[in-house]
Each structure stands twice: as C-alpha cells, then as structure tokens.
Design a binder for this molecule. Sequence first.
Ligand code: SF4
Ligand code: SF4
Length: 270
Amino acid sequence: MTTPLLPERYYLGVPLIRPKVAFFELSSCEGCQLQILNNESSLLDFLAFLSVVNFREAMTERSDAYDIAFVEGSVTRNDEVERLYAIRKAAKTVVAFGSCACFGGVNQLKNRFTDPSYARRQVYGDHQVDSNDKALPLEAFVSVDLKIFGCPVKKEEVERIVMNLALGRSVQHPKYPVCMECKANSNNCLFDLGEPCLGPITRGGCDSWCPNNRAGCWGCRGPAEDANTRQMNEIMQKYGFPEETLLDRLECFGGFAKEAEKLRAKINRG
Ligand code: SF4
Ligand code: SF4
C-alpha cells in the first residue's frame, strides 16, 4: 500500500489542492501572460495557490496534464485551431485570457477588410504567412468556461479570479461600467479635458486603469451590462466628437462588434 502524498501547501491551516495550470498563446502579443510575471510583489503568493505545469514565457518544463488552461490570443491560423481543440480536450476549465481570446482583440481589425489580401500585404509585404482571413475568438471553435477581459488583463483582477477558481468559488465579473471606478478614484472626467472615453459603456473591473493615467477608455473589456451606446453617442457629440471617433473605439477590440456594426450602418446610410 502506498502512502498518500501530503498536500504541498496550506491556506489558513487548510490543505490546499493546487490546480495544475497551463498558459498558452495563440496569435497575440503575449502581453497578457507578461502581466502575470510583472506582478513581482505578489507573484510568489499567487503561485503558491497553483501548480504551473506549462508556461512558455516563464519556464522550460512542459506537461500536458493540466486542470485549467489559460489561453491568450485569437485564432488566425489552421494549426491554432488544432492546438485549441487539443487544449480543450486536455483541460477541465478553459479560460479565455485577455481581449484577443475573448473577442478577437486588436487582431480582429483585419476582419473588416473586404479584400483580406490587402491587409496581409500591408502587414507582411511579400513574406509568405499561414494566416486565415479572419481573426476569431476562442468561442468560435470551442466552449469557454470563463473569460478574463482586458488588453492587457489587469493583474490584480487575474489574481482575484484565479484564487477564486483555486478555492472552488464562483467568479463574478462587475456589471457596472468603468465610469463607476473612475468616479470612485476621484479622477477628473477626460471629456472635460477634451478627450473621448468609452468609460460610460465599458465593463468595469480594471479600476479605471486608463483614465487614471489620463488616457480615455477604448472599450477593451467589452460592454457593461445595459450599456447604452446611443447615449454614449450623444455624449460624444455633445463634446464635439464625430460618430467616426466613437466607431473607431467600438471597433478596436471586438467586444462591441454588434454595436459597431449598427453604428457603421447608420453612418453609411448618412
Ligand atoms: S489582449 Fe492585448 S495585451 Fe493581451 S495578447 Fe491581446 S493584444 Fe496582447
Ligand atoms: S474619464 Fe471616462 S471613465 Fe472617467 S468619468 Fe469620464 S467618461 Fe467616465
């Protein structure tokens, strides 16, 4: 008879079952994974909750035995589709990690070109690339258990969500918009300083990261619950910004795809 292994870690005296976690990237800048490594002050505490078995940016060891897969990036190549299927098959929980994975992110900007070869030529010139015409979110191919929004993700939010996952708690995303956090942070509204901002309609949870740094929100986290794009348009116009300015921001990350489509149709109708 073999002796059962003792749990490696305890939390408040309770033995902790550390989930095996893997990080993967598809087409992306890998900035979301970097956010995890950036958080040096709390990195060791954070990692104490997990057993990381695959994380190309951080370690050389690799294992295909994992419970939770964090997948960053959008799907733009056929080999990525196969890889994603394999990850889905291996993982109990698949997390779409960052706006590329959740919505297509900045990569999906190429989807708007009616001639995909034009976009490819602009980016790669004559270099041959194996790239599909569309950049799509994970959900276009596999089921996703959880999304973590942001471009990049906010490391404090990731830590909170991952700890909830490790402790078996449910994960709740804020339903309120970025504006709520911006007001709580006592920022001056950027509209009053002459800059547009999608804070009134964008899902909170980033602690108004961009407005805190005097940059207007571009909506990377997608819509807040009950986001009112029509009213957002009225605010933009009141402050002298044309509909095209709003459209640029709505189209940027893919989270507002439906709203952007409606506004583009309205602008085209004249
Ligand atoms: S969501 Fe943004 S930061 Fe994250 S991989 Fe995509 S482009 Fe990079
Ligand atoms: S800066 Fe943006 S997020 Fe902050 S209050 Fe103004 S509109 Fe809202």
